[in-house]
Design a protein around this ligand. Structure first.
Ligand code: TMP
Ligand code: MG
Length: 213
């Protein structure tokens, strides 16, 4: 990759409510960046494969209950546990695309109404700050056309509306772009690719900043 030249990779995050097309777009983006000669890796949060991730998975499938505080901290721990690996990739000149990050952590927990916003942000303070966050913004009309939600814990229209309002509240213009996700898969892909290539090129010689520090 470009690691031999000393430049670091970019940390690129796709965020958004459920059904916005994040996972598909993440896959397409990683493929396109690789084709363009930019080494990159895909990680998804929650990572359901770790010990902590398995508990999160049970919580989301409603086979396990946990207090709002406990599950919030597990989601955060699930990010911190893979961070040494992600940091190593970035420093080695490889970019990382994340399917959700701390913004989902805060938006979904705070939407419950039981937890203070600042408390929710606390555990993720100091994670690597993304170079680019693409918020896939899906209108209610387009969301309803995409069919029913799945059966996981947060997949309900009223709850997702609250989640979206918190996403928009915590957005930071330093790295945040709102992407119109009502368009075709190809149109969304093309915009994400252009923004990401620009982020890869401009991040090379910048330090990795700390999130919410
Ligand atoms: P997924 O559908 O992308 O696998 O995400 C599972 C659910 O977990 C989704 O409803 C968003 C929620 N979530 C949180 O509540 N906190 C978090 O920190 C993350 C990453 C996801
Ligand atoms: Mg889901």
């Amino acid at each position: 990759g470009n690691g031999s030249l000393g430049g670091r990779g970019a940390l690129i995050v796709l965020e958004g409510c459920d059904k916005a097309g994040k996972s598909t777009q993440c896959r397409l983006l990683v493929e396109a960046l690789k084709k363009a000669g930019k080494p990159c890796h895909l990680y998804a949060f929650p990572d359901r494969t770790t010990e902590i991730g398995k508990v999160i998975d049970e919580y989301l499938r409603c086979t396990k209950n946990l207090s709002d505080e406990a599950i919030h901290l597990l989601f955060s721990t699930n990010r911190w546990e893979v961070m040494p690996k992600i940091r190593e990739l970035l420093l080695n000149g490889e970019s990382v695309v994340l399917d959700r990050y701390a913004f989902s952590g805060v938006a979904f927990s705070a939407a419950k109404g039981t937890l203070d916003l600042a408390w929710c942000m606390g555990p993720d303070v100091g994670l690597p700050q993304p170079d680019l966050v693409c918020f896939l913004n899906l209108s209610k009309e387009a969301a309803s056309k995409r069919g029913d939600f799945g059966r996981e814990r947060y997949e309900k229209t009223e709850f997702q509306d609250k989640v979206k309002s918190i996403f928009l509240k915590i957005q930071d213009p330093a790295y945040w772009k709102i992407i119109d996700a009502d368009r075709t898969k190809e149109e969304v892909q093309s915009e994400l690719f252009q923004l990401s290539i620009a982020a890869v090129d401009t991040s090379e010689n910048k330090p990795i900043l700390k999130l919410w520090d």
